[in-house]
Design a protein around this ligand. Sequence first.
Ligand SMILES: *Cc1c(COP(=O)(O)O)cnc(C)c1O
Length: 397
Amino acid sequence: MTASPRIPGRRFLQSPGPSPVPDEVLHAMARQPMDMGDPRVDETIAACEAGLRRLLHTETADVFFYATNGHGAWEVAVENLLPPGAAVLIPGTGHFSESWAVQTEALGRRVVRTPWHPGWPINLDDVAQALRDDAAREIVAVFAVHTDTASGITSDMAALRAAIDATGHPALLVVDAVASAGCTRVAMHELRADVVLGASQKGLMTPPGVGWLAVDAQAAAVAARNPAPRFYWDWRLRQSPLSYRKFCGTPPQTLMAGLATAFGLIELEGAEEVFARHRRLSRAVQAAVGVWAEGGALGFFAQDPASRSVSVTSISVPEGTDVDALRAVARNRFGVALAGGLGPLQGKAFRIGHLGDSNAATILGCLGAVQAALQVQGIPIGQGALQRAVDSLVDGD
Ligand SMILES: *Cc1c(COP(=O)(O)O)cnc(C)c1O
């Protein structure tokens, strides 16, 4: 294997996860492991629990951290909530809803899907219809992806909850906030979400390796009645004051130290300001993409501007575009790592992540580099995109 060339200066990681890690978080992780009797282990974990509860606006939910990633957190929800053969409703949002559905089926549960409408958020009429059709009440839960990182689209979870309630169906609501927590408001009880799950490496600005879930009393009661065999993921076994039990073994201390610091950074800036910053930066990106699109080649994958996420923008490219070549030029020549299209969007889109530890300078640098890469690749773009992004940042709230 040949080593990749070193790229001087700061490389920009504009992928929607893993996202850039702040220096404070890196420094917090530069430490020796601690023995399990060291009180700092418990303190670190307690700081993460408190930080997550504050971020999700809950005092009462149980919170669980796992040495895993987002897929592991999905599996936690499946194994705890769904008896073997039970059914779950997964509204179509694109790549991530489908991946969760495939994983759920592989674990021996049934999945009712509502269709994915490419370019659009979750269709609430489809969800209501699927729940009304479930006269036998076999659907235990609705597993909903808040921000689908492949499409760059955020679905309205409050509206989804209202649509579920309007049918009178008792299904739990499980929200995948992997790409939205720390980027936009996810207030668990306000949404009446029964479970919210996520991971460390997106809006929470920590390297990959920790998955988490917040679980309300209804969901805990459903899990307590579930006879499915389970161990590592089992919420009941992790209900303990002992750190070793909470993690079913040695906690990923180093990552938890980083995560505790990341929660501290969010609180120092103020969660509302963090969300406002995400709105400002995403608007600047969208302003630039809107101008590029005037060249006739590029476009927003998300059709409704209101559903465009504050975390990531998915940009569609014309048939025949070599997205990997575009990404290689952006990375190797201009120092910016972009994401490609995922699943059905592979080869049809590229994505700019703007979540987590970003500011106006990094976003403007990223947009300049992307524009340079588009130009090198001969992709036609409208002129004046960077000025429009600057204007958006200058005029923004
Ligand atoms: C990234 C992501 C996942 C999967 O997380 P991994 O840590 O890669 O397993 C799940 N859901 C959403 C919305 C994501 O963005």
